[in-house]
Design a binder for this molecule. Sequence first.
Ligand SMILES: *Cc1c(COP(=O)(O)O)cnc(C)c1O
Length: 366
Amino acid sequence: MTTESTATETTRAWVDVDLGALVRNGAALQRYAGVPLVPMIKADAYGLGAVACARALERLDPHGFGVATVREVEELRAAGIERRIYVFSPLLPGDFAAARAARAIPTLGDPAAIAAWGQSGGGLWHLAIETGMHRAGLRWDAMADVADLVRANPPEGAFTHFHSAERNDGSWQAQEARFRDALAALPVKPTLLHAQNSGGIVRQTPSPWSFVRPGVFLYGVGAGDGAALTPEPVAHVRARVLELHDLQDGDTVSYMATWRSVGARRVATLGIGYADGYRRALGNRGPALLHGARTTVAGVVTMDMTMIDVTDVPCRTNDVVTLIGRDGTELITVEEVAIVADFMSPYEVLTGLRQRLPRLHRESVA
Ligand SMILES: *Cc1c(COP(=O)(O)O)cnc(C)c1O
């Protein structure tokens, strides 16, 4: 199943996506939870390619998939994905016709939107119950507001979403208690109940719910301190060495001349920059792997090129450098890069990788 890559795709910089690791991460979560998965493949599978990731995850026989927009459902349908697809952002009535045409299952919490869904033709929907995040859904203590609507057009499912399960701070248990109170207050009990994201899944075995909704763990980002499981890396960001520069004492590197050679040093210019999603905040700090050895970004990251210090590692033009992921026995995790990049969210590092980097979907990545 390895996708054949063209010379152009691996010339400058790209992302190797390890589909075998993706599926093993999903299988580990499914074993631990003991219920089916609804992999979250919104935002193009956190930047790694929704269609390819969905096709690979089909091997786990998931209950369905989760996305954020109707457009994302349409893309998956056009690629032949036939399973259920839930949309986990509130739909406006203007989206309803397109959602039905794409066989999307909306998640609704606003009474007016629930009424409009019923009046415009109805169909499967899940009730979003808000238990502490105040982002989307109906407050856990306001179920009376929808009692009549729920009797008239019962939701097939109901769910909530945890705001900090990965922090081990007791918050998900409090949210779960509110969720249970809300379910008890509904006049009709929905058949499908769900609550857990990655951080929630790795802290409860077996799951008490109908299915689980993992996202970031599938893509190789761990679920915080105290997580029972650790994911395998999935995304490997590579860039080739375009040129080598031998510097003399006092020579400077990149814009603003923030890096200055002490004695004779050697830097390699990589074909990747902030326009590829390799953050400018990684200047003078970002870790890099060359032939399995660690080195560091030298100077400011520029739009299309980034320099690294290769004084201590043999390096030639065309060599492949790893900026996220594995090379030999060394690993740069997404979390490490996020911390070095001024404490970004690892979610933002992944979804921030730009389209100029081709995603190469491989069954395994050495
Ligand atoms: C994104 C999302 C998830 C997955 O969250 P992770 O932290 O990436 O596992 C689950 N449920 C909902 C409603 C989401 O929006």
